[in-house]
Design a protein around this ligand. Structure first.
Ligand SMILES: [Mn+2]
Length: 215
């Protein structure tokens, strides 16, 4: 059997669904796992998901906007755009907070492989990805000037796997896929298998956080 690269969408502390997804994928040690970031916040068990991420040897993680917010808090003492769930997450990480932050601080903003690239939110395709800040790569949805989704302007051949922009259904394009199907909002947790481009999802056990409108 060929070696698989398996991308996992935004987990947001949904450890139960993550475990179920890994079972459904029948993950083997030789598979390459890649998390698209936003492991933490909003959901029930940010600590459990981080513990999993730090001990899973065949996993690589790219940074999401929520990890980046916590790093700024760790380094500068203020949580940007602080939400009520942040207190709960900080409390969960407890006296190990620094150890978790060191792990998050080591995460890259993008990883690429044979024919693919993973990034949490996306990038402006008119400029090189290397020239764009961590903040942009973890937050972008639409291009600032045209107001259009960034991926509509992306004509590259490298296949982009991203998350961050929650939808009921997986967004699949010729050269990109968005895996954030809103598990924490009662949607699904989704994975994407490369090179067969197969999608595997599990349903959320409950609505952990209410979302008013869905794309
Ligand atoms: Mn995000």
């Amino acid at each position: 059997m060929n070696k698989r690269t398996i991308f996992i969408g935004d987990i947001h502390g949904c450890l139960t669904e993550l475990k179920e997804l890994l079972r459904k994928l029948a993950v083997r040690p030789e598979d390459d796992l890649i998390s698209l970031g936003d492991l933490i916040c909003k959901g029930p068990d940010s600590k459990g998901v981080l513990d999993w991420a730090m001990k899973t040897k065949n996993l690589r993680v790219i940074i999401g906007n929520h990890e980046l917010r916590y790093l700024l808090y760790w380094k500068e003492g203020l949580i940007p755009d602080q939400k009520p769930y942040d207190l709960k997450t900080v409390r969960q990480l407890g006296n190990q907070f620094g150890r978790y932050m060191k792990f998050l601080d080591s995460l890259p903003a993008t990883i690429s492989g044979r024919g693919w690239r993973a990034v949490h939110a996306g990038f402006d395709p008119r400029h090189s990805i290397e020239s764009q800040s961590k903040w942009e790569l973890t937050n972008i949805r639409r291009l600032a000037d045209t107001k259009k989704p960034w991926y509509e302007s992306y004509k590259g051949r490298e296949f982009i796997v991203f998350g961050h922009w929650v939808r009921r259904e997986i967004l699949q394009r010729k050269n990109a896929v968005c895996l954030d199907t809103g598990c924490v909002y009662g949607g699904q947790l989704s994975a994407f298998i490369w090179p067969e481009k197969k999608i595997v999802s599990v349903r959320a056990k409950r609505v952990y956080r209410y979302k008013e409108s869905w794309l």
